[in-house]
Design a protein around this ligand. Structure first.
Ligand SMILES: *Cc1c(COP(=O)(O)O)cnc(C)c1O
Length: 379
């Protein structure tokens, strides 16, 4: 046991679920896009997406990615173009759709899919591209104008926005993804900022796309319960919908709390001069209520040693996403561009604890250990 664990998920408490559970007992509807699920989807669109577009819940983001890719991909395409610096679920979802991941590098500052490589790859692979799957890295928003353009050219885009539920973008503080014509996939896993246990959501401004995903997620059934398309079962139960509704009610406070802790990290990094001593942070877009806090260690020592040093101070840290996807056995044989930045970041990435009861002293203790590592190395 660590004194400071990496995550301490804090899902909504039972008192806030009771009134919803009573509704389930009264309706005796337990699944199949029931009344609580409908209420949740309606509230999400109204409250977070300003009434624009449509959304369907899914059992988890991996299934959401599979359905979104399956319902978006060009039938003759072969590749799902994506960054290697993402979670294994992204290339796995492409594989389940019969596609080959095609890995691109990331930008050195914001860790988002490399824009020049994307342009070059779209040009070179042409019709062989079935879908482009950018990842909104660690919850940050991304500039969607590039992907709007791809959609206009007829290239489908599915955004892995697993960690971005709650991320808002400047102008009108709208949820990231609002108005996007491709699919945007969010995760509600217990470890994410909006955690319900297992769950997720697919959003799009394209109501037809969401309608197809909803149908595919219910065995591909037509209204006469005939299976008319490649389907599976991706539905959440009404109990999960109840948790999601209660989570939405308290979500503002969770977002604020996380932003406060992120503020502690920023202040401590500055006060202890870490950014002048070779450490660096991700350039973020939008207001991001992070799931955990990511930092790049100096070239030496590498992140494995940093993790060990933190552990020796009873602090648990991780290295998301190291190994990167192209370095994992399941994905090693897939085509890829030059992945220099990904490999360099995979050697340096450190994912630091973030949970809602953390205070400034806890953050200070973590950053102090990081500072002591660089000091020793400088000697
Ligand atoms: C968490 C995560 C997923 C998977 O989400 P699940 O809901 O657990 O399936 C996919 N992609 C990324 C980038 C993630 O961070």
């Amino acid at each position: 046991m660590y004194e400071i664990p990496f995550l301490r998920p804090n899902l909504v408490k039972k008192d806030r679920l009771l009134s919803y559970f009573e509704k389930i007992e009264a309706s005796r509807i337990y699944s199949n896009y029931g009344p609580l699920n409908h209420l949740f989807e309606t509230r999400v669109i109204a409250q977070m997406f300003g009434g624009l577009g449509a959304a369907v819940t899914v059992h988890n983001a991996t299934i959401g990615l599979m359905l979104a890719i399956s319902q978006s991909k060009r039938p003759r395409g072969k590749y799902a173009v994506m960054p290697s610096f993402t979670f294994a679920a992204t290339p796995l979802a492409a594989e389940w759709c019969g596609l080959e991941p095609y890995f691109l590098d990331i930008e050195p500052d914001d860790w988002q899919m490399n824009r020049a490589q994307l342009e070059e790859t779209v040009e070179r692979l042409g019709e062989q591209i079935a879908v482009v799957v950018p990842y909104a890295t660690f919850g940050s928003a991304i500039d969607l104008s590039i992907y709007d353009k791809l959609l206009q050219e007829g290239i489908p885009v599915v955004i892995d926005a697993a960690a971005s539920f709650g991320t808002t973008v400047a102008e009108d503080a709208a949820q990231f993804g609002k108005g996007f014509g491709g699919a945007v996939v969010f995760s509600f896993h217990a470890t994410k900022t909006f955690g319900v246990g297992e769950g997720g959501l697919v959003y799009s401004a394209d109501q037809n796309l969401i309608q197809r995903i909803r149908r595919a997620g219910n065995f591909g059934f037509s209204s006469s319960r005939e299976s008319v398309m490649l389907g599976l079962n991706s539905k959440i139960s009404e109990y999960t919908a109840a948790i999601a509704l209660a989570t939405l009610e308290g979500f503002q406070a969770v977002q604020e709390r996380r932003k406060t802790i992120i503020g502690y990290y920023r202040r401590e990094l500055q006060q202890q001069d870490l950014l002048l001593r070779g450490w660096s942070a991700q350039k973020m877009q939008g207001q991001v209520p992070l799931q955990f806090f990511s930092l790049l260690s100096p070239d030496s020592p590498g992140n494995r040693e940093v993790i060990q040093r933190l552990a020796s101070h009873s602090i648990e840290a991780r290295t998301y996403f190291s190994p990167a996807c192209h370095q994992q056995k399941q994905f090693q044989s897939y085509p890829r561009s030059d992945l220099q930045v990904t490999e360099r970041i995979a050697d340096r990435i450190v994912s630091l604890p973030l949970w809602e009861e953390m205070n400034e002293a806890t953050v200070g203790r973590i950053v102090k250990v990081l500072g002591s590592i660089t000091e020793e190395n400088a000697v």
